[in-house]
Each structure stands twice: as C-alpha cells, then as structure tokens.
Design a protein around this ligand. Structure first.
Ligand SMILES: Nc1ncnc2c1ncn2[C@@H]1O[C@H](COP(=O)(O)OP(=O)(O)OP(=O)(O)O)[C@@H](O)[C@H]1O
Ligand SMILES: [Mg+2]
Length: 379
C-alpha cells in the first residue's frame, strides 16, 4: 500500500459517502422522520453499523443549512453530572463561541459557572460546570435542552450508547429525559446503543418512560449484492483486482457482519497485493485469528468450563435453534439441558452469544464472528 493511499475500508471512524456502503432505505427513513418531527431509536446487533449510519446521516443532511446536528456519545458517562458535562462539551465543540449559537450557549450556562480547560494531551478545549447537587443537575439538563430548542433552528440530536443512562445512580434520568423530549418543538432525537438487551428493555417495555416514544428502526445486514459490488469497486478503483470467489468468501466468512467484513477487507487491502485471490484472503483470515488469539484466551479465562464448551458447540454449528435438543447435547458432550440453560443465559448476558426471535424460530449465534471462526478451527 502506498503511503498516501487511503484504505477504503475504515474500521474506526466514518470517512465519507464514498466509503459507506448502501443503507439507503434507512437513510431515507431518517430524513423522513426528521422532516415529520419523529424521534428514532436504532436497534441492531453490536458492530453492525449504528454509529456509522448516524454519522452518514449527519454528513448527508449537512447540505441542508436549515438543520443543525449534534452527536453525543455518552458511553463514558457514569451519572447525570457527567451527562451534562459531555452534552455541554459537544455543544461547545459543535457550535464554538465564535458562532452565534455557541456564544449564546456560553451566556445561557453562566449560572453554572463554566470553566474552560485544555486536555493536556490533545489540546482540545473542555468545559466543566459547577453542578454539585441533584437539583442543579436536573435544572442544568432542562436548561441546556430548552436553550437548544429556543434557537429557532431545526436540530437533530443523536445520543449514542444511550443505554448508559440506566447505569446512573440517579434513577429518574429516563423519566427526566423523556419529559424534556416531550417539551421540545424544534428538536428530533435519534437514540442508539450497543447493548441491544438494555435498549429493548428501555424502549419496548410498557412500564418504562421511553415506551412508544420513538419510531424503532432495525438495522440488519447489508445485502450480499451491495456489499460485493462495494468491495469490488474499491479494490478496482485502487487499480487492484479481486476475484468474485474471494469476495464471496469474505462475505461468508464474516457472516456479512459489517465490522468483521470491513476489518477483513481493510487488512486485505493493507497487504498491498495487486491481484487478490482466494488463497491470499485465507492467509489474511488466518493472520487476523492469530492477532485476536490473546483476546480469545482472555475470554476463556473469564468463562466457566461449561460456558466455554457451550460457546464452542454453538460456534461449530454457526447457528442453533434447539440448544436443549438431546442430539445437540450429546454431540458436544454437554452435561444436561439444565446446565445448558444456565450457561446459555450467562453467555447471553455477557453478550458472548447473540439471540434473535423471528416469526418462526429463536436462534443463537456466537456474537464475535472471528471468535466463531477461531473456535471452529482450533477449539
Ligand atoms: N454501511 C457501511 N459501509 C461501510 N462501513 C461501515 C458501514 N457501517 C459501518 N461501517 C463501519 O463498520 C465499523 C463498525 O460500525 P459501527 O461502529 O458504526 O457499528 P455499531 O453498530 O455502532 O457498533 P457498536 O455496537 O460497537 O456501537 C465502523 O468502522 C464503521 O465505519
Ligand atoms: Mg456504535
């Protein structure tokens, strides 16, 4: 790979329209929801492309100058005070004080005595507010959203890793945010989170404040046809050739799970070969499994022997629908259906296994596709 060449398969961040595959239907729905003042909640397995889709949506809508966008990732927040800090920081970064909204924002939060400091490593400005007691925290959250709503401009706020609010010690956070959301007139929200179980619980349990508050959007896998042509196009654009057989193998080996597909393509591209054939792709797969092996050994340490054995059994089947069937239990020498049940629940809880219920069945798969391939080969 030449030093100035961009790897067209990003795995850590969104680059631009050109490096983003499909999601046209989802994009249309996000545009439509925004236009009609509907809030959206994105549901998907881990690493399928929720964050990427939001970034892509914001990138596409940026040509509409009448709409502003704010992306807030609350993954590292532990309580309401940190939520306020993260939110204010994002407002500060997105609308710097030289801009009208940014200037007004600094004015609006004056009563919380904002202090500006600079991150010693990155040099990025960071804002901290004086909001020690509970009443001030709630008031500051309300005031910040009210301030944004009062700007008389359409604003889309995407809150990523939204399930994090269920971890806060302030148990009223869901109700507080829901009631704020109902008062907003110019803001539409997009919520998403990587913990599907907690997100489902929050948005689909009739007893929870966010129940029925948003349009649910399910993000599935990218179609085989679209992903194939995307991969081919990028290799060919970089004056490389890749066989159809190699692309089919990539998509099958990674189960078309976006992150795993992107990463394999990224590594195959990084190798710099001009002609990509199946044997080369298989070498890249092997190298990836070797790189990941230390992580897999850590997983093994953290699981019980029964859980590990069950995980291997599911990996070898790739997908199972009858985990309690005698044939499955005896094939992999599992102890009993009661034992399988206990391990299964624990593996689902730890998100080592993924389960989905369709109209006809409930199936289970190993979440991490590289772990699944590694177990198939070496465990
Ligand atoms: N449609 C797409 N085309 C190309 N790359 C994509 C696409 N969607 C996502 N990606 C890339 O795949 C990787 C994983 O996607 P992303 O981080 O968006 O997934 P996620 O569902 O938000 O994951 P998590 O559950 O861990 O939060 C990222 O590097 C992202 O840039
Ligand atoms: Mg994400």
């Amino acid at each position: 790979m030449k030093t100035n060449e961009v790897n067209p398969f990003p795995v850590t961040t969104y680059i631009s329209h050109n490096y983003f595959c499909n999601r046209e239907l989802e994009l249309k729905t996000l545009f439509k929801n925004n236009q009609n003042g509907l809030h959206t909640c994105l549901f998907a397995q881990r690493r399928v492309g929720k964050t990427g889709l939001i970034k892509h949506f914001f990138n596409e809508i940026s040509t509409d100058k009448s709409t502003k966008c704010l992306y807030v990732d609350i993954f590292s927040t532990q309580n309401q005070a940190e939520f306020v800090r993260t939110l204010s920081n994002e407002i500060f970064q997105t609308f710097p004080p030289e801009k009208s909204i940014g200037r007004k924002f600094m004015e609006a939060i004056k009563s919380f005595r904002p202090v500006l400091s600079y991150d010693s490593l990155s040099g990025t400005p960071e804002l901290s507010l004086d909001i020690a007691d509970n009443k001030t925290k709630e008031k500051s959250i309300q005031e910040i959203f009210r301030f944004l709503d009062n700007q008389q401009t359409k604003l889309i706020i995407a809150i990523d890793e939204f399930q994090q609010i269920t971890e806060y010690p302030e148990k009223n956070t869901e109700a507080l945010l829901r009631s704020i959301m109902q008062q907003m007139q110019h803001i539409t929200f997009v919520f998403c989170g990587s913990n599907l179980r907690l997100m489902n619980e929050m948005f689909h349990n009739t007893k929870r404040p966010f129940y029925s508050s948003c349009q649910s959007m399910y993000l599935g896998k990218i179609s085989e046809t679209d992903y194939s042509s995307f991969i081919k196009r990028h290799f060919e654009h970089a004056k490389r050739s890749i066989t159809d057989e190699s692309i089919a193998f990539i998509l099958n080996w990674t189960c078309r799970h976006t992150y795993y597909t992107q990463y394999l393509c990224n590594q195959a591209f990084a190798g710099g070969n001009k002609k990509i054939e199946l044997t080369y792709i298989q070498q890249v797969c092997k190298a990836i499994l070797e790189q990941e092996q230390m992580v897999f050994f850590q997983y093994k340490k953290l699981l019980t022997a029964d859980q590990w054995t069950l995980l291997i059994a599911v990996a070898k089947e790739e997908k199972i629908t009858q985990p309690y069937a005698n044939s499955f239990i005896s094939k992999y020498r599992l102890k009993s259906s009661a034992n399988v049940k206990r391990s299964l629940e624990s593996l689902l809880e730890k998100e080592m296994l993924y389960s989905e219920t369709t109209a006809t069945e409930t199936f289970y798969e190993v979440y991490d596709k590289y772990l699944m391939r590694w177990m198939e080969l070496y465990a």
